[in-house]
Write a protein that binds this ligand. Structure first.
Ligand code: OOG
Ligand code: NI
Length: 483
């Protein structure tokens, strides 16, 4: 059969849009959030025509209200490995391993996401995916109940599984791609009918609220979608006035001139009506809080050194001013965070020269026409504007931030305390594949862009460059900020 194959980017964009429609129909608070973010973004653009121009040029403006990510939680290795195949159809690969056990959360996670500049530009949608770690639930009985319930459920429709098989054999035509998106989205819909009795729910909930959320329903309901906010602090503060209850702080680095990594905040999940099915078959009403909404703002991807500095400053902040569970000292925490982060250089040229962040190089097409510029250092090339360097956007997640988002939704009862080690090996065994290393992806993008740019100005390789002479070379890194 001769099928015209649909691109993974196109399928992912369709899927993201289907998830957005589904979540807006299911979760009215999320609609309020979407309206709020649209208003804040509009105001920000009105106050900053330069930003508006820059976003228009890069094509970002028209995608401003497209969701950046969502999150789900699954219970078994089989569920996770099938998800890997499902997301592969949309060009999403597992990137990064996030250990949340250190924060008392019995899951470990990865992010299924597109890789590569073009794919990310076509549709940046990612799914933060967590797998339950029953080994961290010390109550043997609760663990047994959970496992027994989980092995009985099938979270995918039979047609969805058929379509994944079909795709792996020979790709999709248009109609199959459309049908796949509909079937795939069904995996993540909300179903208020619990598969267990109120007693079982309560037993699992008492062990850990996440255990109840993962085990007691038909499938891994999408628990939030995340919008891109041009002014995340403004949006954070505006939530309460719209009847949304924000978590206490914006996670991640403080507000900076040159944004780094990821800042994110959310409103807290609200209890929603559900129905339990009692042992005698009666249905009884109850409530379950699972679903919320989130906003994010991304900045430069950091090198391993940059990331180590970020982790250190954040850890110092947390030990100097531990954030109270109710967020009562949020202001003191934010002040401490801002104070500690004065140690993190806040101009792109220093970030580049000190190798704290990754940059994408490009060449001025006219540069080659000039006289030979040898010998040259990279700094010379940037100074003469033969090359440009722009920060590479961080496309991943942060474990401490993720833990903060999880915790803000666990209510008063945080579940049992435990200490555990990361278990990347077990995660990859469950996934059926290794997770990709995010730092290596950024490094590769930087290296390739530099090699291509050098070639464009008639130089062979980085090796043909002189080492930077002195610290006087300080012009050239882009001043564009990633809002
Ligand atoms: C995921 C929480 C983490 C993020 O963006 O880091 C998260 C969850 O609650 O399942 O959303
Ligand atoms: Ni999120």
């Amino acid at each position: 059969m001769n099928k015209s194959l649909v691109s993974a980017d196109a399928i992912r964009a369709m899927f993201a849009s289907a998830m957005s429609d589904m979540y807006q129909a299911e979760a009215p608070q999320y609609c309020a959030m979407k309206a709020l973010v649209a208003d804040i973004n509009r105001q920000t653009l009105a106050n900053d025509p330069q930003l508006e121009r820059r976003l228009a040029e890069s094509g970002e403006l028209e995608r401003l209200d497209v969701e950046r990510h969502g999150a789900i939680r699954v219970g078994t290795a089989e569920e996770l490995s099938t998800l890997r195949r499902l997301f592969a159809v949309m060009g999403m690969a597992p990137v990064g391993y996030y250990d949340l056990s250190v924060a008392g959360i019995p899951v470990h996670s990865t992010a299924f996401r597109p890789i590569g500049e073009n794919a990310l530009r076509a549709s940046p949608f990612r799914i933060f995916t967590s797998l339950l770690r029953p080994d961290l639930i010390s109550d043997v009985k609760a663990r047994e109940i959970a496992t027994k319930i989980l092995v009985q459920r099938d979270i995918f429709t039979p047609r969805c599984l058929e379509l994944i098989d079909l795709f792996e054999r020979r790709g999709f035509d248009d109609e199959e791609a459309r049908e796949f998106v509909v079937e795939a989205a069904k995996t993540f819909r909300w179903n208020g009918q619990a598969t267990v009795s109120s007693k079982v729910y309560q037993k699992l909930y008492a062990r850990h609220p996440l255990l109840a959320d993962i085990v007691c329903f038909k499938g891994p309901h999408i628990n939030h979608l995340t919008l891109h906010a041009l002014d995340i602090d403004g949006a954070h503060h505006a939530m309460a006035a719209r009847g949304l209850s924000p978590k206490s702080i914006v996670e991640g680095p403080p507000r900076r001139r040159c944004p780094i990594l990821l800042r994110q905040t959310s409103f807290k999940a609200r209890p929603e009506p559900v129905e339990f099915i009692e042992e005698d078959g009666r249905r009884v009403p109850g409530a379950h809080a699972a679903r919320f909404g989130e906003i994010e703002q991304r900045g430069a991807a950091l090198t391993a050194e940059g990331r180590a500095l970020y982790d250190k400053l954040l850890a110092e902040t947390q030990s100097a001013v531990p954030l109270a569970a109710d967020g009562a000292n949020a202001q003191a925490f934010n002040e401490e965070l801002a104070r500690r982060f004065t140690k993190f250089p806040d101009d792109y040229e220093t970030l580049r020269r000190e190798k704290l962040a990754f940059f994408r190089y490009s060449a001025d097409p006219r540069a080659r026409a000039g006289e030979p510029m040898f010998p040259l250092s990279l700094d010379d090339l940037l100074r003469t504007r033969a090359l440009r360097a722009e920060p590479i956007l961080y496309e991943d997640f942060l474990p401490v931030s993720a833990a903060g988002i999880f915790r803000s939704n666990l209510g008063e009862q945080g579940g049992e305390e435990f200490s555990a080690d990361a278990d990347r090996h077990a995660f990859e065994a469950a996934l059926g594949a290794p997770v990709l290393d995010e730092i290596a992806i950024y490094e590769e993008a930087e290296t390739q862009s530099l090699a291509a740019s050098l070639k464009a100005v008639g130089l062979e390789s980085v090796a043909s460059l002189q080492p930077a002479k002195s610290a006087d070379a300080h012009i050239g890194a882009a001043d564009a900020s990633h809002n």
